[in-house]
Design a protein around this ligand. Structure first.
Ligand SMILES: NC(=O)c1ccc[n+]([C@@H]2O[C@H](COP(=O)([O-])OP(=O)(O)OC[C@H]3O[C@@H](n4cnc5c(N)ncnc54)[C@H](OP(=O)(O)O)[C@@H]3O)[C@@H](O)[C@H]2O)c1
Length: 249
């Protein structure tokens, strides 16, 4: 398998390249710098030409939204399946991803850790079993993370809102701000080199339930993205989810 790795000098890009090398997966690194270590390397502007000459089985993207949607256009032009781990897309960028998925297979996930898929299922179950309980979400990431709350936090909040009557997201609290029914408190921490922690707390009826996931290394995300790339190769155009990869085992 040959995988294109964009943002190759970034935190995730480097981790994906390292893991791909360990797995014997060939890589084409796409980077604005020359530090990337891969079988082949190119500048982002040259990606369309490189993909036309040297077809790849999938692209794995952990960059920034504006760059991610540009890389996706190169995938559409060359029929390359795309795995997108970048987070923080706006509505217009999401619409571009939707359009691309009419032409090529696209798998976008805010979190490629398998444990987060289990967390999502457990949070849905807890929210369903504990109606009326207060719900608070806390997430912690390294001090270089750009978007807040994290894409994973947003996915968890969507799941809670689908299952409970709590739909009002309150981001932090300050001053005189008593809690009201229907609130979901959202708390974001950015510090040090934390790879990613998400905790959902349910409290009521004189009890507290907390469900927590902690990524101990970026390798968990890289592994999930490479598994997704292998799974996506050869599929029809459309949008796929990481839960489909996990369920397929
Ligand atoms: N889905 C998941 O499981 C998961 C897990 C972790 C992180 N993420 C997300 O993945 C993304 C990247 O995270 P990270 O920690 O690896 O960030 P990072 O260390 O800042 O790396 C991002 C890389 O993107 C490339 N880039 C940035 N701006 C660009 C531009 N304008 N044009 C082209 N390339 C550009 C750069 O690589 P070059 O200099 O090499 O071009 C940069 O090093 C974030 O959105 C983060 O939230 C998702």
């Amino acid at each position: 398998m040959t995988v294109v790795v964009t943002g190759a000098s970034g935190r995730m890009g480097r981790t994906v390249l390292d893991l791909a090398a360990e797995r014997g997966v060939k890589t084409i690194a796409v980077s604005r710098s020359e530090t990337a270590d891969a079988d082949t390397a190119c500048h982002p502007e040259d990606l369309p030409a490189v993909l036309s000459e040297q077809p790849a089985d999938a692209l794995v993207d952990f960059t920034v939204p504006a760059a991610s949607v540009e890389f996706l256009e190169a995938c559409v032009d060359t029929g390359t399946p795309a795995v997108i781990g970048t987070t923080g897309f706006d509505e217009a960028e999401l619409a571009r991803i939707d359009r691309a998925s009419e032409r090529i297979p696209v798998l976008r996930a805010a979190n490629f850790a398998r444990g987060v898929q289990a967390l999502l299922a457990l949070v849905r179950e807890a929210a369903d079993s504990l109606p009326g309980y207060d719900v608070e979400l806390t997430e912690t990431h390294h001090n270089g993370k750009r978007d807040a709350p994290s894409g994973t936090a947003t996915t968890l909040l969507d799941a809670i809102e689908e299952t409970t009557d709590a739909t009002e997201r309150v981001h932090g609290r300050e001053g005189r701000q008593p809690r009201s029914d229907g609130e979901i408190g959202v708390h974001v921490r950015r510090a040090g080199s934390v790879h990613g922690e998400h905790e959902v707390l349910f409290a009521g009826n004189d009890e507290v339930l907390t469900l927590t996931h902690r990524a101990e290394s970026r390798r968990v995300f890289a592994a999930g993205a490479l598994d997704a790339a292998a799974w996506l190769h050869g599929r029809d155009a459309g949008q796929y989810t990481f839960s489909e990869v996990v369920e397929d085992r």
